[in-house]
Design a protein around this ligand. Structure first.
Ligand SMILES: [Zn+2]
Length: 329
């Protein structure tokens, strides 16, 4: 069993650049040339490369790199009952996004992300692998609803379905479960956070697991006060890209959870130096909000858009900075 450091454990938010054949395999599966089971076996080669990179960098709590997921919402929509194939929606200019359509009652069918997690855990040399799912609020917000006609109801039904997946993870021994809710920051209102709060209760109540919610970008300071009421053990937030703008707000509201502290900019090709990350950790320590035991050091968000070499090096410097921080605080 690997010993996760008590102070400043390092982790990742989830996605990693697609490695090896993952991209091709996803295309083949879409064209119907590969069945689901066969796909998940073949994608293991890519997951292995991701884990190798994490081990090289020295990250404490890993992920499977989301090598199977072409999109964080579409992947789960395709595997839940109630969704039908989506349409392409224009976001801006020539950027299109395939928005899945809810056309019937949402129901859980079978494990969606568990198999990849089991494989990643089997090769992680004892380091824990975080189980990561797209949250029900984001699933609902980024879908077309032709069935429920009520946002809250759709979110709650999705939460009930995703609860089955989380129970599956816990049964297989997952110690950390994270739901990603990036859509929360795009609609920064109390009513929306309240829906996510109700959903989080459904997802995690009564489970003996470290529960985490990742929210990124947008105007998080407007909803931070309400996010603190969400019943999860840890909030994982982006800091680096917004120049640590959130820190005074954390101090103001009194942070009462563990914090996933994003110190790596996933939109920049420039690799943060060890000293830079260390001084960014110092920014948080100076506020006195949290002890090092409640601070997880990680990137702002998933690393999927970065070139692999840069992603690797950013993680390595992050890990080295966390080691130094353990000597200081
Ligand atoms: Zn994110």
């Amino acid at each position: 069993m690997y010993y996760v450091p008590d102070k400043f454990p390092t982790t990742v938010v989830g996605s990693y650049p697609k490695l090896g054949k993952a991209e091709d395999l996803i295309r083949q599966r879409k064209r119907g040339e590969l069945g689901e089971d066969e796909f998940h076996v073949l994608v293991q080669e890519s997951i292995q490369e991701v884990i190798n990179d994490y081990l090289w960098a020295g990250v404490d709590i890993l992920s499977d790199g989301e090598q199977s997921r072409e999109d964080m919402v579409v992947y789960f929509a395709e595997r839940l009952e109630g969704y039908v194939g989506g349409e392409w929606v224009r976001i801006f200019d020539n950027v299109y996004f395939r928005k899945p359509v809810v056309a019937g009652k949402i129901r859980y069918k079978s494990p969606m992300a568990i198999e990849d997690w089991v494989y990643a855990s089997s090769i992680s040399q004892g380091r824990p692998v975080k189980a990561i799912l797209t949250g029900p609020y984001t699933m609902a917000d980024w879908s077309f609803d032709l069935y429920y006609g009520d946002r809250r109801e759709l979110v709650i039904e999705l939460a009930k379905a995703l609860r089955h997946e989380i129970e599956g993870f816990v049964k297989r021994g997952a110690r950390y479960v994270q739901v990603d809710e990036p859509a929360l920051s795009t609609r920064p209102f109390k009513d929306d956070v309240d829906i996510a709060k109700e959903a989080a209760k459904i997802l995690f109540h009564g489970l003996d697991v470290k529960s985490i919610m990742h929210v990124c970008f947008g105007r998080i300071e407007r909803i931070l006060e309400y996010l603190l009421e969400i019943p999860v053990d840890q909030l994982d937030l982006e800091f680096k890209n917004s120049n640590f703008r959130l820190l005074p707000f954390l101090a103001e509201y009194g942070f009462n959870k563990e914090l996933g502290y994003g110190v790596i900019d996933v939109h920049s090709l420039q690799v943060e130096s060890i000293n830079e990350v260390l001084s960014d950790i110092e920014k948080l320590m100076k506020t006195g909000i949290l002890p090092p035991e409640k601070i997880y050091i990680d990137p702002d968000c998933g690393l999927k858009r970065l070139p692999r070499e840069i992603a690797r090096q950013k993680l390595r410097n992050m890990v080295e900075a966390a080691k130094k921080a353990r000597e200081v605080w």
